[in-house]
Structure formats: structure tokens, C-alpha cells
Design a protein around this ligand. Sequence first.
Ligand code: NI
Length: 187
Amino acid sequence: MGILPIRIFGDPVLRLETTPVTDFGPTLQKLIDDMRATMDGARGVGLAAPQVGRTERVAVIKVKKAEHVLVNPEIVEREGTIKWEEGCLSIPELYGEVTRARRVVVQALDRNGDPFEIEGTELLGVCMQHEIDHLHGKLFIDHLSFLKRQKLLALWEIERVKYPNLVRIAAPIDGDKEHDRHDDERL
Ligand code: NI
């Protein structure tokens, strides 16, 4: 498994609609394994294919040590609302409170193409909604009010200079001294 460069806000690939997966061969298997390694390396709880520059409709999630591979996921049920402070591996250091469905049911295919259904609330539910957004070119900042979004974009003007090539490479997971306050919100 290899760690892939993570694409940063401003890279047009993050705004592309993805293509449903029909081929579950070695290319997909490698992509999934590389995405898992990249998510772990970046200490994220979720990662979608556009974040590594790909347009397959695939996301990986790891919440409370439970890992899920979602191929062609679709939300089939939504219930209630919940506010959650979200961040994104593609928009480092920026966080914003997003209103999401409190509970969702998602239908997807696993890495072998077999269908399954998964229900999520709290972080898992939020994470699935965030990653499925990514698969349709949508970012968490799109959910913020105009004023909140303007505020974050102003902060981003300062942060973005750290990523002149619009990529970041996840640091190795061991010995990472980075602050961990927001560990649960990196999606
Ligand atoms: Ni994200």
C-alpha cells in the first residue's frame, strides 16, 4: 500500500463529479488500499477518491477503528439534524460547523462489488455525508452561510501559501507530534 499525495482546495479535481465504479479489478483494489494507507497516514477518519486526484466513486472511512470501503454509495434515508464541527484533509487547519442529517442510511457496494447497507449517526453519519459530498464535487465549506464561508476563505488565503502545488504528503503516523485536538474532524 502506498501513501498518495492529498489534493488541496483549489485543485479542480475536488470539484469534479465522480464516475460510478463498474470494474472491481486490480486498479480499483490498489486505489482502495492506497487510499486506506493515505487516510491512516494523514490520521483522517475518511477520504474520497477526488482527494487523491481520482474520479472513481469510492470513499474509505475509519471511525472508532471500524473501517468501511464505500463504492458507489448513496444515501437512501435521512433523519433529523445535527451540528458538527468539520474539517477536511484537503482544506488543512480550517474548521466549520456544518448542519447534517443526524442519522443516515447508506447503500453501497463493497470492494468486491457486493451490495451492503450501513446506518450511521454521530461521527460515522457525518463522515459518510461528508465523503459522499466529495464524490459529487462538494466540500464542507459549501454548507456554511455566506458570512462564515467568507471568514474561512479569508483564513485560507493565509494557509494556502503552504501548498503552492496544491498537494500535501501525509507524514508517517508514528512519532507524529502534530497537535491532535481535531483528530475526529478530519474527513
Ligand atoms: Ni473532506
